[in-house]
Design a protein around this ligand. Structure first.
Ligand code: GLC
Length: 575
């Protein structure tokens, strides 16, 4: 059975001496206000290192592989790379189980390789954002090895240890997001430890000041090496209520066969804000506007607003999926989501994304199987013309799709093994990057990549798409070029227009002199729109075409009678 979306499970807000190595690189855009931090106008690109490029042909991607592709990324128009974890790890959760926070996994390279990546990226004005997993470590981390060695070990209190609730009973009814009890009995000391994710990912005790200091030191280690900031993993689960009250049980069962549960006592506790503020102070003590991106899956805009901090002193860029999970081409739904985020109560800067390593790729989430390529261009247009920072997931610029495992035996992601067939895991969206139409899509010369390439690679790959002027890749490049160079797309406010239209999503990026109108037909039929933009201070009746797809629109368009083909995209200049 096809899973819906993994993060649907994620009903949670995954919300010394300071070095001063400068990472000053050029602005992320060619037109922008000097006072603005780079991340407001950056295009951020997520890389899953294991799947991007394999330099030593062992079937897994690595750091040198990423470095070898920097020219491609530069050419695409990327300003910053978010690398999912590449620290030493038993790879139970493919890097999200960290065994050493201040080194690079040997299978991905060395610290010297990492330093080279930062330096080579900097030459191309590309910054590196690291993934920081603060909620838990690997059970192979020395901290946990020590902590579990005896009840009186000095690191015992670095993790959450409790006595059982009776014969063979865990301390309470809390469940792991990845299935079954969140407690595991350790026979050595006959106590249970708490793990919100896999049992191999024990939760750290964030009420212990030594833990806090150790993790802030980790942050400084990477900031000193020149990273531009962090994406903070699973931030909403840092704290649990100390007296461990049972969570309310809801009706029905989840994909692992466990009862549904409302995690009121072990998620989104207020103390999370203190930690994010503390880390922000660390990050802010470095020059060059280092950034905190948060994995914050808020339920709604009010909850999301809290993650910016009361004084905008927490996340600069909290992530959220209520935009990505519209999951149907609905003009009213997108209008609502964008409007809310653009005018969020905190006044925070929006971060828009459609896909990541935990979600089914949006090429197929939105695709109707007939117009998928055109729909990919339409979603790209939304992402890259809004007032906010776009976050791309590697390969979306090619129209990469999922390649889901066909049987339980093929699954690599442990949740797919525990939850099969209702939960098939996340392998499908983590397949190798499609570089060319040759063996293994040019990802590796090994016989077998760690995950099989998606069969669509013969057509959807970098080499083929660079040569095709109508490709999805060239459309992304053109959009990124426009958002860098058009003053209204850089600085303009966002204004929804034609707001009653159920089929066509239209908005204006209102600049000082010139503005940009974006019109997106979200239906499989042609649609004609009549605009009156006078109420928005725009008097022209025609628009100069900046970008249109399919490519059949003349150099200007009549705003009183603009016809958009099925899933047609029009971006035009108005004044
Ligand atoms: C985040 C990551 C996910 C990981 C989990 C546990 O949600 O995005 O991939 O499995 O945290 O670290």
């Amino acid at each position: 059975m096809k899973r819906t979306i993994w993060a649907g499970l994620l009903a949670l807000v995954l919300i010394g001496s300071l070095g001063s190595q400068s990472i000053a690189v050029e602005p992320a855009t060619s037109i922008k206000s000097a006072a603005e931090p780079w991340w407001k106008h950056a295009v951020i690109y997520e890389i899953y290192p294991r799947s991007f490029a394999d330099s030593d042909n062992n079937g897994m991607g690595d750091i040198k592989g990423i470095t070898s592709k920097l020219d491609y990324l530069k050419n695409l128009g990327v300003d910053a790379l978010w690398l999912t974890p590449c620290y030493p790890s038993p790879q139970v959760d493919f890097g999200y189980d960290i065994a050493d926070y201040t080194a690079i996994a040997p299978e991905y390279g060395t610290l010297a390789d990492f330093d080279e990546l930062v330096a080579e990226a900097k030459k191309r004005n590309i910054r590196i954002i690291m993934d920081l997993v603060m909620n838990h470590t690997s059970d192979k981390h020395l901290w946990f090895v020590e902590s579990s060695s005896s009840k009186d070990n000095p690191k015992r209190d670095w993790y959450i240890w409790r006595d059982g609730g009776g014969d063979t009973m865990p301390p309470n009814n809390w469940l792991s997001l990845f299935g079954h009890s969140a407690w595991k009995l350790d026979p050595k000391t006959n106590q249970y430890y708490y793990h919100f994710f896999y049992a191999e990912q024990p939760d750290l005790n964030w009420r212990n000041p030594e833990v806090r200091k150790a993790m802030y030191d980790v942050a400084k280690f990477w900031l000193d090496r020149g990273v531009a900031g962090f994406r903070l993993d699973a931030i909403g689960t840092l704290f649990e209520e100390a007296d461990l009250p049972d969570n309310p049980v809801l009706a029905g069962k989840n994909k692992f066969g466990d009862p549904n549960m409302d995690n009121v006592h072990n998620e989104k506790l207020n103390e999370v804000h203190d930690v994010v503020r503390e880390l922000r102070t660390v990050v802010d003590s470095y020059p060059d506007n280092r950034v905190l991106v948060g994995e914050t899956s808020a339920r709604d805009i009010n909850e999301l607003s809290l993650t910016y901090g009361k004084k905008l002193d927490e996340f600069q860029l909290p992530m959220n999926f209520f935009f990505a999970f519209v999951n149907k081409l609905s003009a009213p739904e997108f209008r609502t989501r964008i409007g809310e985020w653009d005018k969020n109560p905190a006044g925070g800067w929006p971060l828009y994304l459609f896909s990541n390593h935990d979600q089914i790729r949006h090429y197929i989430r939105y695709g109707d199987k007939t117009h998928n390529d055109q729909i990919a261009k339409l979603t790209a247009t939304i992402l890259l013309t809004l007032r906010g920072t776009p976050l791309l997931y590697y390969g979306e610029e090619l129209g990469m799709e999922n390649n889901d495992p066909k049987s339980k035996e093929d699954v690599q992601d442990p949740i797919g093994k525990t939850g099969w067939p209702d939960e098939i895991g996340r392998d499908g969206e983590r397949t190798p990057m499609q570089w060319n139409s040759e063996l293994n899509a040019g990802f590796t010369a090994a016989d077998k990549p760690w995950l099989p390439v998606t069969p669509s690679y013969k057509k959807y790959n970098v080499v083929a798409e660079e040569a095709d002027k109508n490709s999805i890749l060239n459309f992304y490049k053109e959009l990124i070029r426009l958002r860098r160079t058009d003053d209204a797309l850089v600085n303009g406010s966002y204004q929804a227009v034609d707001v009653q239209n159920k089929d066509v999503l239209s908005y204006v990026r209102k600049g000082e002199k010139k503005s940009v109108l974006v019109a997106l037909n979200m239906t499989p039929e042609s649609k004609t729109v009549q605009y009156d933009l006078k109420p928005y201070g725009i008097n022209s009746n025609s628009a100069k075409t900046l970008l249109a797809s399919p490519h059949n629109t003349p150099s200007s368009a009549n705003l009183r009678n603009l016809t958009l083909p099925p899933y047609g995209v029009f971006v035009g200049q108005v004044q």
